[in-house]
Design a protein around this ligand. Structure first.
Ligand SMILES: [Zn+2]
Length: 220
């Protein structure tokens, strides 16, 4: 077999994270991040990796706006730049906002595609996991009831925060088809099922809003 490979590394170019805040009504300085990443591999369009994560995060803020619900804490939507090629976006955010990490109550990321949500990977204290258990009843109709503890960060862009002690959450998507398309030219919008995407938005909106509005900040 003869393979001709054409990849090449080009010099870095300037890019930007995209950040939007839905300000909290009582504790605007306390931040809950909902996020996905903006960049993709250049041979596909990045619909499932990770356009879906960006849409799910934006939908979280949009749903609250549409329902006229204002969270007590600030919900910060982030579309991270450069997840795929070294994490320059999350590193820049960590550098700029490190002093505010004590007020980052939780960081949520969706970066495992657009498949049906099963629940959450969590990196947080047992007390924090216990505080979130009522959400299992709320999310039962969607089917996103799993809370599975992980040793490492449940998302690569939230890793600097998680390492600094911020509770981290990643949505667990049904990944059976994810690696058929991920990082290929076939990662296009026709692979996204609208119903699965809506269920993911529901899962992130429920957990994001709950953490942004619970009486006490999520314990560390
Ligand atoms: Zn990704």
């Amino acid at each position: 077999m003869h393979l001709t490979l054409t990849p090449q590394g080009l010099p870095d170019a300037t890019g930007y994270n995209v950040v939007a805040d839905l300000k909290g009504s009582e504790h605007p300085e306390q931040i809950i991040i909902v996020s996905g990443h903006l960049d993709s591999w250049d041979l596909g369009r990045g619909a499932i990796d990770d356009g879906a994560g960006v849409v799910i995060s934006m939908a979280t803020a949009e749903l609250l706006q549409r329902l006229h619900i204002r969270p007590r804490r600030t919900l910060r939507v982030i579309a991270w730049m450069d997840e795929e090629n070294g994490g320059g976006g999350n590193k820049a955010y960590a550098k700029t906002h490190a002093a505010e990490f004590p007020n980052h109550i939780a960081a949520i990321e969706s970066d495992s595609g657009a498949g049906h949500p099963l629940g959450f990977h969590v990196k947080m204290s047992p007390a924090a996991i216990a505080a979130l258990q009522p959400l299992r009843d709320i999310l039962r109709p969607v089917g996103a009831t799993v809370f599975r503890s992980t040793e490492s960060s449940p998302g690569s862009d939230i890793e600097p925060m998680v390492e600094a002690g911020v509770p981290g959450i990643g949505i667990i998507q049904d990944g059976r088809k994810y690696f058929d398309y991920h990082h290929t030219a076939a990662d296009t919008l026709d692979k996204v099922d609208p119903r699965d995407l809506r269920e993911n938005a529901a899962a992130m909106a429920v957990i994001g809003y709950a953490i942004a509005s619970m009486n006490d900040p999520l314990p560390r």
